[in-house]
Ligand binder design. Structure first.
Ligand SMILES: [Zn+2]
Length: 369
């Protein structure tokens, strides 16, 4: 089989053109080839602060490089063919590009349809590396990119994140969130973005909300990793102690064992109180007493397309995709003055009864006063 035919294509829609949000996601089981990428960037025009779009694009790449010493991104100010000649909507021709266009290689449904994308990224990869990435900025939005402060920068950092292999994030502070919050033009990476970078290109220990060591209940070694934390400011900060009135969201991400890419299975969350009462999160988002620790209910299905997958363990609705379970834990179980430990796990159908989990829990305390 030729390299080209074995290569899988994935189109990642930019802000506003998105399906459900996910917490930090790794879309591919592999990083950039040689951890580096060079773009042919043809971006005529300039930003509100006077620098050229090309210089702005480099500034956006630098955000990711500054956060990880292990990736190398560069751009050449030169116009190259974006689209392949195999068909409409395909960019796969072996050249990385960034450009403005009014359609996505002849497919204008993304840029003129019901959901209008700021930019689209198409990435091709084989099982060992991301081979090619093309970022197409919506030409219809060029005037807004030229006049709205930080708008291009935010979109460019987000799209470059896709080319690093990151999917969308449910964490609202993340630059990889699926939707650009109206009026907010971020240029900083959040903890969630930094964790995605650390898990893929750095060392997992660089992620401040890593949940200890990944273990398997059958005692066999695993490369699975677990990340998560509790926040009441959309993920800018994670903490353990909250007031009863705080609106807490608990985010978690499962980074599957390398041998589990594309396997079907389930996510699991077990909550334990200080005195050993156990609860399991069910797929409806609610926690119920856990009767049998060897048979933990599913908190949701594993997405076979994702290498790392998130779950909003507890919290308010995110774009209607997660049940709102925030008030339940605090009020129904009378947990003021107590601490709950949330353990994140997953299982794969081919190994029934085996759970892969982070050995450190997410701790959440509601002190009395
Ligand atoms: Zn996106």
């Amino acid at each position: 089989m030729s390299l080209l035919r074995s290569t899988v294509l994935l189109l990642l829609a930019g802000c506003f053109a998105c399906g459900p949000a996910k917490a930090f996601e790794l879309s591919f089981p592999s990083p950039l080839r040689n951890n580096s990428h060079t773009y042919y960037a043809h971006l005529p025009g300039s930003l509100p602060d006077g620098i050229s779009f090309f210089e702005g694009f480099i500034r956006s790449m630098t955000v990711w490089m500054d956060a990880s010493g292990n990736i190398s991104l560069s751009a050449i100010d030169e116009e190259r063919e974006v689209c392949s000649d195999v068909g409409q909507g395909s960019t796969q021709n072996g050249v990385n590009t960034a450009s403005f266009a009014d359609s996505f290689c002849g497919d204008d449904s993304y840029f003129t349809g019901q959901t209008v994308a700021d930019a689209l990224t198409q990435t091709s990869w084989n099982p060992f590396a991301i081979l090619e990435s093309d970022i197409v900025f919506n030409g219809h939005r060029k005037q807004r990119f030229e006049t709205v402060e930080n708008y291009f920068h935010h979109v460019a950092v987000h799209e470059i994140g896709h080319t690093l292999g990151f999917g969308h994030s449910a964490v609202r502070s993340a630059i990889m969130t699926a939707r650009l919050t109206h009026g907010i033009r971020r240029s900083n990476l959040s903890i969630d973005d930094r964790c995605a970078l650390a898990m893929r290109y750095g060392s997992p220990e660089d992620c401040p909300i890593l949940l200890g060591e990944g273990l398997a209940t059958d005692g066999l070694p695993t490369t699975a990793e677990f990340v998560g934390g509790a926040t009441n400011d959309s993920g800018w900060n994670y903490r353990e102690e909250f007031a009863p009135s705080d609106r807490i969201t608990i985010y978690g991400t499962v980074v599957k064992d390398r041998t589990h890419a594309f396997r079907s299975g389930d996510l699991h969350v077990v909550a334990s109180t200080e005195d050993g009462l156990l609860f399991a999160r069910h797929a409806d988002g609610n926690f119920h007493p856990l009767e049998d620790v060897e048979n933990i209910p599913s908190a949701g299905e594993l997405n076979t397309d994702l290498y790392a997958q998130d779950l909003v363990i507890m919290g308010t609705r995110h774009y209607e995709r997660e049940p709102s379970v925030g008030p339940l834990i605090g009020s129904v179980y009378q947990l003021v003055g107590r601490t709950i430990f949330f353990y994140l796990a997953y299982s794969v159908d081919e190994r029934p009864g085996v759970y892969f989990y982070g050995n450190e829990p997410i701790r959440v305390s509601w002190p009395d006063e």
